[in-house]
Ligand binder design. Structure first.
Ligand SMILES: Cc1cc2nc3c(=O)[nH]c(=O)nc-3n(C[C@H](O)[C@H](O)[C@H](O)COP(=O)(O)O)c2cc1C
Ligand code: SF4
Length: 519
């Protein structure tokens, strides 16, 4: 009987040598006459241990990492196919404390299953949510999602069930489900991990959405910088179609649903839902004025559900286990779990899914282990390039939409980027404005012009030119962008700028009176 060995094919693992490890393992096993079966999985999300290789033993899957191709002979000599000791031995994978502390609902299968096998997906509770949706019908499915308290994980935190209901109640011959897999936020990779590690959960979630609102077609809009995710999704869609999960009468039901992948072209603003729709229609990615909402007038002018990967990938477990199960996790109006991504200068970077309510300090110091460089943490940016910088003084903030908003921050897509004490926050503020200038779609003046003027004003402040006047000008400019921009690119860029200025005035040339962010 052959021994099953799991080697990730996740882009993050491949980048540090997972493919070479798989090749070396196969060759070494053949040379030694050992029967092994290599299964390529997604990542478990412990990126400092990648490539993390697991071996199936009677006691469970035993993990080794980080494994390089030239470790393979030594691992085989040490008896790793029997889960024996070695310097890279991490013990039973499920018992690794970093993994054990998590509550994996959306990521329940990621890193465990073969992402190209529908049978494996089924064997790990896959398709139970879809079966439930088929049996209870559209309205009850929407009600489950509403009751679960699930909010959009793309950034805005809008209740998913309410969005679905709006589309369901809008009459049209054709409706669409669009999955936003543009994942442009700095320090985020959860969407990519799902698509590479458990693509069927996204397909299942989209099919459930289709049943709920009466949509028969879907699109997954993936950034072109994600070739592995694009390939994994295309492979899974083909498998799903062959397995009767997509197409006519999906999973033997009375519902039809099919979907395809579309690749973006690398603009951050194409993650904004209306500009994404323009791009999907083959046009330049420029933001549309709202109303009309995409729920009423979306793709090709038809009612459209547009949701983030994580929102859609969470729906199957909600349907499978019921709204109350999911809603029981979390705090306040932030229900369920959040797949948090620890990145930047952090010791233990990776995917940490946990119930809302964990504090920022716990995440950075305890779970993240502080900085990779070993220097003190100076700041963290939460929620992507438009998120605020939080100093240590705000580390008691619980991970919760409202708690972050109350402190002029946002949790966005759940990315946390850690910086040590060598970071210059004036440079970060300048970068935020420069980023906005480069990525602006150009439709509205506060963002298009304001971001460029903002870079110039920060430069003058740092150079010590008319500091008081220029600080007042920067505040005024930020307020104009915040209140006068058409979308959140221009509207939220003031957050990283103002937070850097308010929390780290010394980096802007010395102490100064606190600027008031306009409410
Ligand atoms: C500039 C900008 C970029 C955005 N990028 C993304 C993105 O990459 N992925 C995403 O899911 N949402 C992104 N959003 C949010 C979307 O506009 C939209 O709110 C989201 O796709 C809705 O899905 P959800 O309700 O499931 O979160 C972005 C918004 C803005 C303003
Ligand atoms: S805020 Fe910027 S990105 Fe958004 S519509 Fe205006 S110009 Fe375009």
């Amino acid at each position: 009987m052959s021994v099953r060995v799991y080697v990730p094919r996740d882009a993050g693992a491949v980048a540090v040598g997972a493919d070479e490890v798989a090749v070396a393992l196969r060759a070494a096993a053949a040379r030694r006459g050992l029967a092994i079966e290599i299964v390529r999985t997604g990542s478990r999300g412990l990126y400092w241990l990648e490539p993390m290789v697991e071996v199936a033993t009677a006691a469970g899957r035993v993990a080794y990492g980080p494994v390089q191709a030239d470790d393979v002979e030594g691992l085989l000599d040490a008896g790793f196919l029997d889960g024996k000791a070695h310097a890279l031995h991490q013990g039973i994978a499920d018992d690794i404390p970093w993994l054990k502390r998590q509550t994996r609902l959306t990521f329940a299968r990621c890193g465990i299953v073969d992402p190209s096998s529908l049978d494996d997906y089924r064997a790990h509770d896959g398709l139970k949510g879809l079966a439930k949706a088929v049996s209870i019908g559209a309205e009850a499915t929407i009600e489950e999602v509403v009751q679960s308290g699930l909010r959009g994980r793309g950034g805005a935190g809008f209740p998913t069930g309410i969005k679905w209901r709006t589309v369901a109640q809008t009459a049209a011959a054709q409706k669409y489900i669009v999955c936003n897999a543009d994942e442009g936020d700095s320090g985020t990779f959860a969407d990519r991990m799902i698509m590479e590690g458990d693509p069927f959960v996204l397909i299942e979630g989209m099919a459930i959405a289709g049943i709920a609102v009466g949509a028969t077609r879907g699109y997954v809009y993936i950034r072109s910088e994600y070739p592995h995710a694009i390939a994994a999704m295309e492979e899974a869609i083909a498998v799903a179609r062959r397995g009767g999960l997509l197409g006519k009468a999906i999973a033997g039901s009375r519902f039809d649903f099919d979907l395809e992948v579309r690749a973006g072209a690398g603009a951050y603003v194409c993650g904004e839902e209306t500009s994404l729709l323009e791009s999907l229609e083959g046009k330049r990615g420029i933001v549309r004025a709202k109303p009309p909402l995409p729920a009423h007038y979306g793709l090709f002018g038809q009612p459209t559900v547009i949701n983030n990967v994580l929102s859609l990938a969470t729906v199957p477990i909600i349907l499978q286990k019921g709204a109350a199960f999911y809603r029981d996790f979390g705090m306040g109006r932030s229900r369920g779990t959040m797949p948090i991504q620890l990145a930047g200068n952090v010791k233990f970077g990776g995917l940490f899914e946990t119930a809302f309510g964990v504090t920022l300090g716990e995440l950075v110091d305890d779970i993240g282990g502080g900085t990779f460089t070993g220097r003190p943490v100076k700041a963290v940016q939460v929620g992507g390039p438009l998120g605020a910088y939080f100093p240590r003084a705000l580390f008691d903030t619980p991970f919760d939409y409202e708690a972050f908003a109350a402190r002029d921050g946002l949790i966005g897509h759940g990315g946390i980027v850690v910086f040590d004490d060598t970071v210059d926050m004036a440079k970060q503020a300048r970068f935020a404005l420069e980023f906005c200038a480069i990525e602006s779609c150009g439709k509205c003046t506060p963002c298009r012009i304001g971001s460029t003027r903002g870079v110039e004003v920060v430069d003058r402040i740092v150079a010590g030119e008319k500091r008081t006047d220029n600080l007042a000008l920067l505040e005024d400019l930020c307020n104009t962008m915040k209140f006068g921009s058409l979308c959140a690119l221009g509207g939220f860029t003031p957050y990283p700028v103002m937070s850097a200025l308010n929390h780290f005035p010394e980096d802007f040339g010395g102490a100064r009176p606190r600027l008031q962010a306009a409410e």
